[in-house]
Design a protein around this ligand. Structure first.
Ligand SMILES: Nc1ncnc2c1ncn2[C@@H]1O[C@H](COP(=O)(O)OP(=O)(O)OP(=O)(O)O)[C@@H](O)[C@H]1O
Length: 363
């Protein structure tokens, strides 16, 4: 699967643009603020129906205009698939595949899978556990339709339980709490099982990528931490009851799960250099890529935004060698320096299509 063509109308700093891509390597080169990342974001819309960077759709309409349109032509199994995304100010986003409008955007997710690696992803390493749970949940949802529904049910039940714990100063209703607990256990055990299965395969893929990029330079670990790994969910809830009542919130469950990252047996967040953290992050995203590939049976698009910053020359070369090899598909990457791109791909011996971007125009 690859993207043949992208057309933009009044999308961010593009008035009217049309690009035809190579099925292998495509580079967007230009100065800061030229519009390189905006092109990646346009592609992201076609795949996941939204911006990677900004959740407010109307802010992607070019200043002073009333609508944006993004159109893409994908080639999937040798057939052309046309994807359309249009937004008029103050109206609902329209999303179509082969001219047929979707009723539920969720039905589109996963048809044209994509992995983006961007400087914004640092939060995954340095931020709170919620970022890492979101990452895990997003990857699983792209390959398992029922996962997201179960998670929504779990979160609804959790809100209900927390509201109950907050509501009654004189003491909670134990029967009602019991009902919430039964539901939490039902949904939570499914989520725990699916996260554990996901992480078993994902961790292996992640390690392979990290070792390749760094040439085995440092020992690292990724561990799934969940209260459910040592205690049955129902038992954990029972034990936490008194504490939950005093704190007025639920302190045990899969909403507390985390991924623990370490380097040479120390927390990566505190002890990893910026380059090591970035290498870790890239390996996580490439692990996501390989996981999607393995589960879907075809290659997602790979979008690399500003990937070269903070990586040494050796790691850059190894990374590029890896992503242009057979097990990766179509690649889009941005850089401020077109000469660096030409030199890099020249050395690797892979032809790259380089688009020069300048103030929302493309050469
Ligand atoms: N809705 C909009 N209408 C018009 N221009 C916009 C809109 N949203 C963003 N821009 C412009 O897009 C430009 C940013 O583009 P982008 O993030 O793609 O830059 P870039 O080439 O990736 O730069 P860098 O190298 O700094 O990452 C900015 O000049 C910004 O003002």
């Amino acid at each position: 699967m690859y993207l043949e063509k992208l057309q933009l109308l009044n999308f961010k700093n593009y008035t009217d643009a049309e690009l035809e891509f190579s099925p292998s390597v495509n580079c967007f080169a230009g100065n800061n603020g030229a519009g390189k990342t905006n092109l990646l974001d346009g592609i992201h819309y076609l795949s996941l129906c939204k911006s990677y960077f900004n959740p407010i759709d109307s802010q992607q309409i070019r200043y002073g205009q009333d609508l944006f349109v993004i159109q893409g032509t994908f080639n999937k199994n040798e057939a052309e698939e046309k994807v359309y995304c249009g937004l008029k100010r103050n109206q609902k986003k329209q999303f179509k595949r082969n001219k047929k409008e979707y009723q539920r955007l969720a039905d589109h997710i996963g048809l044209f899978p994509l992995v983006m690696i961007s400087p914004n992803d640092g939060e995954l390493v340095t931020g709170g556990s919620e970022e890492r749970r979101k990452f895990v949940d997003n990857v699983i949802s792209q390959t398992d339709n029922s996962y997201l529904d179960t998670l929504i049910q779990y979160n609804k039940t959790l809100s209900g339980r927390n509201a109950l714990l907050r509501s009654d100063g004189a003491g909670y209703d134990p029967d009602l709490l019991e009902v919430f607990d039964e539901q939490l256990v039902r949904y939570g055990e499914i989520i725990y099982r699916k996260r554990s299965e996901f992480l078993e395969l994902f961790t292996r893929l992640f390690h392979t990528h990290y070792e390749f990029i760094t040439g085995n330079a440092e020992s690292i670990a990724l561990k799934y931490e969940s209260g459910l790994s040592s205690t049955e969910f129902a038992e954990g809830l029972r034990r936490a009851r008194e504490r939950d009542y005093h704190l007025q919130r639920s302190t045990f469950g899969i909403h507390k799960d985390d991924l623990v990252f370490s380097i040479e047996e120390h927390p990566l967040k505190k002890f990893g250099s910026q380059g090591q953290q970035k290498s870790f992050l890239i390996a996580l995203k490439l692990g996501q890529y390989s996981y999607l590939f393995e589960k879907k049976g075809f290659k997602p698009l790979l979008l690399l935004d500003d990937i070269f910053d903070k990586l040494d020359g050796l790691r850059i070369k190894r990374l590029m060698e890896m992503v242009v090899k057979d097990n990766f598909g179509q690649l889009f990457l941005t850089d401020t320096d077109p000469e660096r791109l030409e030199k890099l791909f020249g050395e690797i011996g892979v032809p790259a299509k380089i688009f020069r971007i300048d103030g929302g125009t493309i050469r």
